[in-house]
Ligand binder design. Structure first.
Ligand SMILES: Cc1cc2nc3c(=O)[nH]c(=O)nc-3n(C[C@H](O)[C@H](O)[C@H](O)COP(=O)(O)OP(=O)(O)OC[C@H]3O[C@@H](n4cnc5c(N)ncnc54)[C@H](O)[C@@H]3O)c2cc1C
Ligand code: FES
Length: 264
């Protein structure tokens, strides 16, 4: 196990009403879809996907979703340090693709941004579909535009882009054809729909799942998924959509820290 690196926060931006991006002057050399464990001493350690990365910086987009993340938002200021260990997990893969669609929803957007950085620089035609409840919650539009991805957005209330689900936009792209693979990270019900739609059109997909994680590197068994028993921190978090769909719990339930089943 690698020890957490005490990385100093050099910048913080508020990117939606619930999400702040914490920037560190450190290159994690994470592959897109990989995650790190973020330690707030005395509170907890939580998994976060690696977002935007450059040679000099890495960004973590952290939503205020509960105890630890609320304390990160409240307590951590520029100049403070967070303990970061990793990166861990299986990344998205895109070798051999020439045209792909990325679908991001909510705080699933950071790894999609990291993936877009890599696929654009690999010369792959990259269509990005972003969904949010309203325009205030749309994440990283400027960064996607700076990459010159083909960006479309959908909001539930129609305050920006298509009014409705981001999967409506995906269906249009799949109908047009020529897509090699669809990649997604976001609310699990959305990812089930994306994987099912891709299957319907005979297109491969990759999904990045979340389960409660403790060790993050395959020894505690906390993140095992029914029925295969795969450890999501090790064999995931990115799985082929077809493989994810074989899991009885995908889109239905997951386990809390205690092991208790929770409906999704
Ligand atoms: C691989 C992976 C990548 C993730 N990437 C991001 C990201 O880029 N940005 C982001 O905002 N969030 C991300 N998350 C979710 C994030 O880890 C949880 O929102 C966070 O752990 C909540 O912790 P909390 O103590 O604030 O909330 P709690 O009050 O403890 O719980 C709130 C919710 O978060 C879930 N949760 C709590 N602790 C963990 C844990 N150790 N592992 C997994 N889920 C947990 C709970 O099941 C619950 O549904 C990711 C999760 C995983 C597994
Ligand atoms: S979090 Fe420990 S095995 Fe996955």
């Amino acid at each position: 196990m690698s020890l957490p690196l005490p990385l100093k926060v050099i910048r913080i931006t508020q990117d939606s009403p619930v999400l702040k991006t914490y920037v560190f002057a450190h290159n994690l050399r994470a592959k897109p879809g990989q995650f790190v464990m973020v330690w707030l001493p005395g509170v907890d350690e939580v998994p976060m996907s690696v977002g935007w990365q450059t040679e000099q910086e890495c960004h973590l987009g952290i939503a205020n979703a509960g105890d630890c993340t609320a304390k990160i938002h409240e307590r951590v200021k520029v100049g403070d340090r967070l303990g970061i260990r990793g990166p861990y997990g299986n990344p998205f893969t895109f070798q051999g693709c020439s045209k792909i669609v990325l679908v991001g929803g909510g705080y699933g957007t950071p790894p999609i941004l990291n993936l877009a950085q890599q696929t654009v620089s690999a010369g792959i035609e990259t269509i990005v579909l972003l969904g949010a409840r309203n325009k205030e919650y749309l994440l990283y539009e400027k960064q996607f535009e700076s990459l010159k991805t083909d960006l479309r957005v959908a909001t539930d209330d129609g305050s920006k882009g298509h009014k409705g689900f981001v999967t409506d936009l995906l269906e249009k792209e799949l109908e047009k054809g020529g897509i090699d693979c669809v990649y997604t990270c976001g609310p699990e019900k959305m990812m089930v729909k994306v994987a099912e739609m891709a299957e319907d059109y005979g297109v491969e997909s990759q999904v990045s799942l979340e389960r409660h994680m403790k060790c993050g590197f395959g020894i505690c068994g906390q993140c095992c998924m029914d029925d295969s028993g795969i450890r999501l921190c090790k064999e995931g978090p990115v799985l082929a959509g077809s493989r994810a769909l074989k899991h009885t719990e995908f889109g239905k339930y997951r386990r809390a820290a205690s092991g208790k089943m929770e409906k999704i």
